[in-house]
Design a protein around this ligand. Structure first.
Ligand code: COA
Length: 382
């Protein structure tokens, strides 16, 4: 296996982008990444996207995106793992470069969700259709059940979940690409329109359009393009049951735990070695469960840990410095790649007002549905 570096990043604004279609979003991010890397060709491409068929009636994205990027004949693959599609695309691009099969690989992620299609219906296709979605369950509904169970088992409070949202919006207010770059208060979260009890509007990630892209190459070749080598030092992926009722304990995201464990093992690191992380906070309770499964705090203690400020920009382990899915937005197929873009910004020291001091190692964790799949990467600046 060869060592692999990320040498280019590109991202669009996230939000309601009515004037841009699916391919335009993707190509904007991809061209930015190509320009940032300074490469003059690509060897292959991975496109992470969850459900362009339901949102845009468009499948066959490998060919479509290669063509519109001016890369006809490029081997190009579309990767789907619900909201973890982008993260999984990154893992497959990483494996292709590490294996020696290709030198320069573009990994992009895209989702165009604001098309008039029923977003709740489209997203629910990532749940268990026969046992969950058919009976009327939605993603806010599924995470509300996880939140209720966490509150019952560990005493987690709505105030603790609100602290997660307040922190993420604080970070997002410093991110020019964020969909909702507004600061909010705990009172705003607690008094917001209920969505699925106990979750209100500000406990939920929004419905978003957006794209992100990165360029990967072997570390040896990266030295030709940049002096700041950002190496992928850990990668892990895992699956679990899609349906919540088949899990022993719905408060513990076992796919996140397994993916994290594998990434830590590859990197030879422990959670305390990580300087900052982007985790999959599709709902405030998801961030709490993810930081527990990744070992940043004790299981069951994610609520008090967050409320005490440990996950803030200047906290013990800054979480979701980009604003996370909550404030930055969650165009589902783009999210996993956007997390890598944020890691690279931080490791380059170019994250501006939201820069983490002495950021040397960052972790990105992307998740499909209510934890049916997850993928974790650890990046380090050399
Ligand atoms: N956070 C903050 N503000 C939000 C928001 C969010 N998540 N979603 C919408 N808003 C704002 C809108 O900008 C709008 O503000 P305005 O009236 O000032 O323009 C207002 O709230 C109402 O927006 P609307 O689009 O009508 O909301 P909605 O009720 O249709 O949808 C949710 C709100 C929370 C139900 C929707 O965003 C949602 O389903 N989120 C979850 C997405 C999801 O499940 N993703 C996959 C995770 S696994």
């Amino acid at each position: 296996m060869r060592d692999v570096a990320v040498i280019g990043i590109g991202i669009t604004k996230f939000g309601e982008l009515w004037w841009q279609n699916l391919r335009e979003l993707y190509v904007e991010a991809a061209l930015k990444a190509i320009k940032d890397a300074g490469v003059d060709h690509l060897d292959s491409m991975y496109v992470g996207c969850m459900t362009s068929g339901l949102f845009c009636a468009q499948e066959h994205l490998g060919s479509l995106m290669a063509d519109y990027l001016g890369q006809k004949h490029l081997p190009a693959y579309r990767i789907e793992s619900a909201c973890a599609s982008g993260g999984l695309a990154f893992r497959l691009g990483y494996i292709e470069v590490a294996s020696g099969m290709s030198d320069i690989v573009l990994v992009g992620g895209v989702e165009k969700m604001l098309t008039g299609a029923d977003a709740t219906f489209a997203l629910a296709s990532a749940a268990d259709q026969e046992y969950e979605a058919f009976h009327g369950n939605t993603f806010p509904g599924l995470y509300a059940m996880i939140a209720k169970a966490h509150m019952t088992k560990y005493g987690t409070t709505r105030e603790q979940m609100a602290a997660v949202a307040v922190k993420s919006h604080d970070n997002g207010s410093k991110n020019p690409n964020a969909q909702f770059p507004l600061k909010i208060s705990k009172e705003m979260v607690l008094n917001a329109t209920p969505v699925a009890d106990p979750l209100g509007l500000f406990d939920c990630s929004p419905v978003s359009d957006g794209a992100a892209a990165v360029i990967l190459c072997p570390v040896e070749l990266a030295k030709k393009y940049t002096d700041t080598i950002i190496k992928v030092i850990g990668s892990g992926a895992a699956t679990s049951t899609i349906a919540l009722h088949q899990r022993d304990d719905i408060t513990f995201l076992d796919a996140v735990y397994q993916a994290g464990k594998r990434a830590y093992e590859v990197a030879g690191l422990k959670p305390e070695d990580i300087d900052f992380a982007e985790v999959h906070d599709c709902f405030t309770i998801a961030e709490i469960c993810c930081i527990e499964a990744l070992g940043f705090c004790e299981v069951g203690q994610g609520g008090p840990f967050s409320e005490a400020g440990n996950t803030a920009l200047d906290g013990k382990v800054p979480i979701n410095t980009s604003g996370g899915l909550k404030s930055k937005g969650h165009p589902v197929g783009a999210t996993g790649v956007a997390q890598i873009v944020e890691l690279v910004e931080q490791l380059r020291g170019s994250a501006g007002e939201r820069q983490v001091k002495n950021a040397k190692r960052g972790l990105a964790q992307n998740m499909g549905g209510s934890g049916g799949s997850s993928v974790v990467h650890i990046l380090e600046v050399q």
